[in-house]
Write a protein that binds this ligand. Structure first.
Ligand code: NAG
Ligand code: NAG
Ligand code: NAG
Length: 242
């Protein structure tokens, strides 16, 4: 499964070349420009893509660059590593999810939604399996920790994986997993959930900006901005009409 996923990511990266457009436009104008000449504003599947994006921006530019993500009208559950919830496996505790809380922890193998700002132990994964990190962090800091030191927070596709994780958990603890409630949608409407937010982003309050820019000054992390601001941008896809 992990190997297949790897192949999918790398082949999608090859078929999605990025193009840096060094002209300042609003997000909707940039989207139209990309759709006319390429496929769409840049979509980002993985940390490899984040690094590719950072590398194609002109070295002298240190501001924001539009990518293909904006606030959507619906909230959906997604996984930190970018997978959508096609497998439809959830193992909620009874009565869960129960509120406006956007991040998910597991307690004795059943899942609870809770405030992302809570500090919890968490699980990371890499090829060799799952690792319990006994240091308390909020969900976003836990995600950064896993991405830097392992691969990501874990995706749980089925009861077998849920049981594997449950085996390494400590009793009496809520522990973060990779599931979160996402209210952002990609320009091309595909439903992959990879996100690379800067600390404190996105803000829970609306009105703080509905379009997403990548900051070249903050190693490619994402910030929300007003959609009418003018920034350079990145398109992806084959070149048409050129
Ligand atoms: C997580 O903690 C960091 C500081 O370590 C803070 O900047 C960030 O806003 C926090 N995120 C949430 C969702 O509370
Ligand atoms: C990666 O692990 C090291 C050692 O535990 C830690 O100091 C560092 O902060 C971790 N990275 C992140 C992004 O949390
Ligand atoms: C999930 O992603 C797959 C491709 O990776 C896509 O075919 C499917 O439609 C997506 N499912 C949802 C619910 O968006």
């Amino acid at each position: 499964m992990l190997i297949l996923t790897g192949l999918f990511w790398s082949s999608s990266a090859l078929s999605h070349p990025y193009h840096y457009i060094n002209v300042r436009m609003s997000w909707p104008e940039a989207q139209s420009y990309c759709r006319e000449r390429f496929t769409d504003l840049a979509t980002v599947y993985s940390m490899d893509d984040v690094n590719r994006l950072v590398n194609i921006v002109d070295a002298g530019y240190s501001g924001s660059v539009w990518i293909g993500l904006k606030r959507g009208t619906l909230k959906r559950w997604g996984w930190s590593n970018g997978e959508n919830t096609t497998s439809q496996y959830y193992n909620w505790a009874s009565g869960q999810p129960n509120g406006d809380e956007d991040c998910v922890s597991t307690y004795a193998g059943v899942w609870h939604d809770m405030l992302c700002s809570n500090k919890r132990y968490f699980v990371c994964y890499e090829n060799s399996g799952y690792i319990l990190i006994q240091s308390t962090k909020n969900w976003t800091d836990a995600q950064s920790y896993c991405r830097q030191n392992y691969t990501d927070l874990p995706t749980i596709h089925n009861s077998e994986q849920n049981n594997q994780i449950n085996k390494i958990l400590l009793s009496e603890n809520y522990i973060w997993i990779g599931l979160f409630l996402d209210s952002w949608e990609r320009s091309d409407k595909w439903s992959l959930f990879f996100r690379h937010w800067a600390a404190g982003q996105p803000s829970m309050s609306s009105g703080s900006g509905d379009c997403v820019g990548m900051s070249t000054a903050d190693s490619g992390k994402w910030f929300q901005h007003r959609c009418d601001l003018q920034h350079p941008f990145i398109c992806h896809g084959g070149e048409f009409n050129i």
